[in-house]
Design a protein around this ligand. Sequence first.
Ligand SMILES: *Cc1c(COP(=O)(O)O)cnc(C)c1O
Length: 467
Amino acid sequence: MKLIFEKSVPGRRCTILPACDVESVSLPDSLRREEKPALPEMSETDISRHYTELCKQVHGVNCGFYPLGSCTMKYNPRIDEEMAALPGFAGVHPLSPAQDRKGMQQVLDTAAEYLCQITGMDDMTFQPAAGAHGEFTGVLLIKQYHDARGDKKRTKIIVPDSAHGTNPATAAMCGFDVVNIASGPDGCVDLDALRAALGEDTAGLMLTNPNTVGIFDKNILEITRLVHEAGGLCYYDGANLNAVMGVVRPGDMGFDCIHMNLHKTFATPHGGGGPGAGAVGCKAFLKEFLPHSALAEEPGHIQVRSFQGNFLVVVRALAYLLTLGKEGIPEAAENAVLNANYLMAKLRGTYTPAYDRLCMHEFVLDLSDLKKETGVSALDVAKSLIDEGIHPPTMYFPLIVHEALMLEPTETEGIETLDHAAEVLRKLYHKAFEDAASMHTAPHNMPIGRPDEVQAARKPVLRWKNT
Ligand SMILES: *Cc1c(COP(=O)(O)O)cnc(C)c1O
């Protein structure tokens, strides 16, 4: 596809301004440009077509299936966008007089009340802007708790090897040493490894349950009991709450604080890097350490972002909660689990599930045999899916599974989509034996196929420069 600058035709215009009805004046030469600015010259039709074509290059959940594991790329109901766009919410200024912010406060309080009910927590902050930011806030609660009791020897945070990469990064950023513990063959925390890691220096444990291989840890009560017995606290990474919301509560599993990604489970579109919210909930004994908004002006409190965080993300979450209601929330979770198990069952026999047992909202396939036999990697299969109109699943994560593809179909997909995805994935499996070469170079129908991923992440070129 051509850049808008390449489509430019000298002299072409789309005049939308009325005729000038004031006297025109000429600027003195000293204030004038020496060269014309490098702006594209186009007709309105061509501009409209250009942006529509650009729009078609993007795969969103509105274009097709998007089974990106751990990320919950589910359909976000339009009504939540409409609520966030209401002028009273969209236009509220955090420094406006308190009586003008009453509606805003009510939204925050109500959302906190419902989300506390869902997670089994006692209080909540919406300040953090993302999941990783929420983790940072949550682990700071743990740090403040130990510090406040004068317990300075607790320097370690335990993280299982199946954890999201942000967990060890968070612990390190908060100044803790990270202790990695291996998962057992069943994908769950190895209790002996946990016991061996626990001690007087344990500040806490960070855990996702169901974990990143989509398995609910059956020993969760024993795990949190052991950590508490050692004097540590338990942090729940609830970035993705899709399997458990309204069904089981992290608070009842023994967790002391948690974050949720409102932009995954609770109706804010994400994936393009827009605003999010990593709501952090905690039990009552940690409440005093929660961040306060800048307006509270209480010294000694952490503050991780200005004011109340991304307020409109909370509006969407509350609209979502109110629309689904007490019955709809667990039903969504049950359907997410049902869809994941359905898709896994459809693929079993062709692909190898990394852990072949009932999964929660997502599951991981292990493609190492396919790679050994055909040379076709998980990356090749993922790239080939793009040509079929399906967004690749999460790849090479979690790290404990080699050649991993992690699929999360979500509850908003119908049976036809799941059947079609299973059919396409099976077709690609067989293609690997017949035409591996074309899979190594897929996708073939996209403007960009195989970017240098390291360069693209570290040195992205996001802007065209006029040379
Ligand atoms: C997405 C995710 C995170 C990080 O959330 P961000 O909003 O991207 O910072 C943390 N943990 C898990 C399990 C996740 O899936």
